[in-house]
Design a protein around this ligand. Sequence first.
Ligand SMILES: [Fe+2]
Length: 294
Amino acid sequence: MIFIDEDYSRADRLAEKILRNVMIDRRYIAVITDQHIIEPGNLLYGLDTNASAARVFEALKAEPLAELVLSLGDLGDTTRNPNRETATASKDSYQHVKHLTEGLTLPLLTVAGNHDDPKLMEAAFPNQWESQKNGVCRYSFHGVDLISVDVRTGPEATGFISPETTKELDETLAQCRGALIFSHFPLFDLDNERIASGLSVTNREVLAPIFDRHRDKIAGCFSGHLHIWVSALINGIPVTSVPSSSFGFSLEPMSSDRETLSAAPCGYLLVGVATDGSVIVRPRFLPGATRNER
Ligand SMILES: [Fe+2]
């Protein structure tokens, strides 16, 4: 019996050690996107996006694992401009974002979406990236570089990556050992014609040689804008479309239909980075916006 107890205790100690190593080795960020926070008292598409945004920030304030929050854009939006192609968030929208994020102690790294106003957003949430140049931002996290790419400089409501940003991304990747790349618009072709023709970076072909050159360093690419959760492996690069925390769209495989609102799960992603280069993505599901919360 004594031997059995000792064996068990040895096994327990080993299990504890393995668990401790796993816990110590991996650190997490929270990736959020498309809250579409608007002027208080309003609805967007008939949905109370401010209520769903309140839920995501309350969840993040209580999130035990995340060490920083990375927002992929459309944090703010507006109901004052009925033209959805040109609608961008107002000062009042960002005031409300500030109100909802009160008490959030984690750094909040922002990437502007097509409904954000970069200047107003920067005024409300001063830059927390470690460096920012030619549309490329960088933040060192647990041995990898978090790199964001600004791809909003093209036609309204679509993405265009400028030559300066393309060059800067290439040079940034050349300097780092490992990277996670973040953008509002998708950088890769997915399995849907509507996404390819109207919802992704319009000149994404210029990125192909850069991704080929630095493929071994890129541990993942994350984008927002689509309001769907998709994971893919494209030319050896793990690609994730991050779900909105406010509402989902229908963008079905092999379809060219325009997006409509869907009942897909909403939430955010916890992304765990380990020193061995592995990346783990876990969804944190939350109720999306509904029509009857006020
Ligand atoms: Fe967007």
